[in-house]
Ligand binder design. Structure first.
Ligand SMILES: [Zn+2]
Length: 291
């Protein structure tokens, strides 16, 4: 394997359960997708590991009869320099609960100023109701990805070949006030330019959102979701299974935008992560240019 990591030995006093955890990458940063390698050090043979980070379930598998276990995990953008992890080791005598944490670093994000009409910067009550409903719908389909078998395969690819115009995490200043962080990666594009699926997945949502405009959500399974915002046209329907690289929609300028572009989102369950961290961890597929 290509990871190296400091070994953390954790003792849960009440259960005497021990695990060693390695992370990939070795120094995880906030806002990224990581992989956990868990080695139980108890004498009983472990038949399964369940876990949770930030209330998101972890999905561990073992390829060597329970000696080591691995699973993807989210490091939410917000939080301190330590990420709490809950693990439950299942074995012949029952189960042991381990509460532990890993050290995470905080990236420094740039900030950018945007000027938009006050109506859009401060949604009215009807707008706020719509936004809340949109968030609830997005959260529901994202959480549902935990119950979907893994559909993604190999590395992920970029949804567009064009220039990145705004990176993940950039602080957003609307009318002189920092109101939000940019929780996606923006790609340059003209209305009608192609958007392709970043990996194999099932279309989980095609909808019109207040801020994000026309959206497409793909459920890749195993907790992974990708989403494509501000599209002018969706070329897929809910329930369709799309292949990596398949044309799914067209760039647009729907929702709260200052011009046409694609806003690409990656999530682990309800946690939004830097899409580029997913490519770093799982591999980046080469991209053929498409029009
Ligand atoms: Zn964006």
């Amino acid at each position: 394997m290509r990871y190296t990591a400091a070994l953390l030995l954790i003792l849960a006093p009440q259960a005497q359960a021990q695990v060693a955890i390695e992370t990939e990458p070795a120094r995880p940063s906030r806002g990224s997708l990581i992989r956990l390698h868990v080695t139980p050090t108890i004498t009983d043979l472990v038949s399964g590991i369940q876990g949770e980070i930030d209330e998101e379930p972890l999905h561990f598998t073992s390829s060597n009869g329970g000696i080591t276990w691995e699973g993807l995990a989210p490091v939410p953008v917000e939080g301190g320099d330590s990420l709490p992890i809950l693990l439950v080791l299942l074995h012949s005598r029952g189960s042991d609960t381990v509460r532990t944490a890993i050290a995470v670093t905080q990236p420094t994000y740039p900030s950018e100023r945007l000027s938009v009409a006050p109506r859009m910067a401060e949604p009215d009550s009807a707008g706020r109701v719509r936004i809340a409903r949109d968030i609830a719908r997005a959260r529901a389909v994202s959480r549902a990805a935990h119950g979907t078998e893994q559909l993604w395969e190999g590395g992920f690819r970029l949804p567009r070949t064009s220039r990145v115009t705004s990176a993940f995490g950039t602080g957003r200043e609307y009318n002189g006030k920092v109101t939000s962080r940019h929780l996606g990666t923006d790609f340059n594009g003209r209305v009608g330019d192609p958007i392709v699926a970043t990996n194999r997945g099932r279309v989980a949502l095609v909808a019109r959102f207040y801020l994000a405009g026309n959206v497409i959500y793909l459920d890749h399974g195993g907790g992974l979701i990708s989403a494509y915002f501000h599209v002018s046209r969706s070329l897929v329907r809910i329930g369709d299974v799309v292949e990596k690289g398949q044309l799914i929609g067209r760039v647009g300028q729907t929702g709260r935008v200052t011009g046409p572009h694609l806003h690409w989102v990656m999530r682990y369950g309800g946690v939004t992560l830097d899409p580029m961290s997913v490519l770093s961890l799982l591999g980046r597929d080469s991209v053929q240019s498409q029009r």
